[in-house]
Design a binder for this molecule. Sequence first.
Ligand code: BTN
Length: 235
Amino acid sequence: MKIIHFLTIDSTNKYLKLNYSKLDNFDIVYANNQSEGKGRLNHIWESDDKQNLLMSVLIKDEKIIEHGSLLTLLTGYCVYNYLKSINLKNIKIKWPNDIFINDKKICGILVESKSENDKIIAMIIGIGLNVNQTFKNSTLKATSIYQETNIRYEIIDVLNDIKKELINCFKDNKSLIKTLKIINENNYLLNKKCAIELNNKKEICIVKNINDDGSINVLIDNKEIKIISNELILI
Ligand code: BTN
């Protein structure tokens, strides 16, 4: 379990996607700064130099890869647990890949995969967690650990604590049902009204619970529909 550090890099996820064959399960890369930090749906992930945790974890263990569709939510649960352990309150998991505190985003997760002959052989878990940055622009709706607690944290300490949470969560899947229950108890979108595009048509829905395959249910005209990857835009 190596930890590789860069002062600056294009993207820690990209580094693991290019170098996975030379690296082992649970090797981690992190950086002070990213020039091409990537978020979900090709968004850019921005972060001030040295202020935040920008890390990617390589997964090669087949038993973990089997849970592919759940990996983003399980990682969210690990970050949720870490934030809870340092006494943060009102932490919510926003399906499919964010952690929110008091309606502000504190963490984004980007899971990517590497395939050979149509088989997934590695997964990359990218975590961008706002640690010491202050967000002056309130329209950004972002927060950080520092902004919530007034305490500054060493980035490497946060990394090691989150690594422990990930190892603990992925070591067996006995507790998966319990984990999904906690994810649902802290489902940020639960009962919220969202816009969603389905078959090229914009619909309004009410968000319901997260399923054990990582999908989420929504109600459209009182009919329950299972959503796998469509974007849910809060309205
Ligand atoms: C999102 O909110 O859309 C996901 C953001 C994920 C950002 C992290 S930062 C470390 C890793 N490297 C990247 O380029 N992206 C992820």
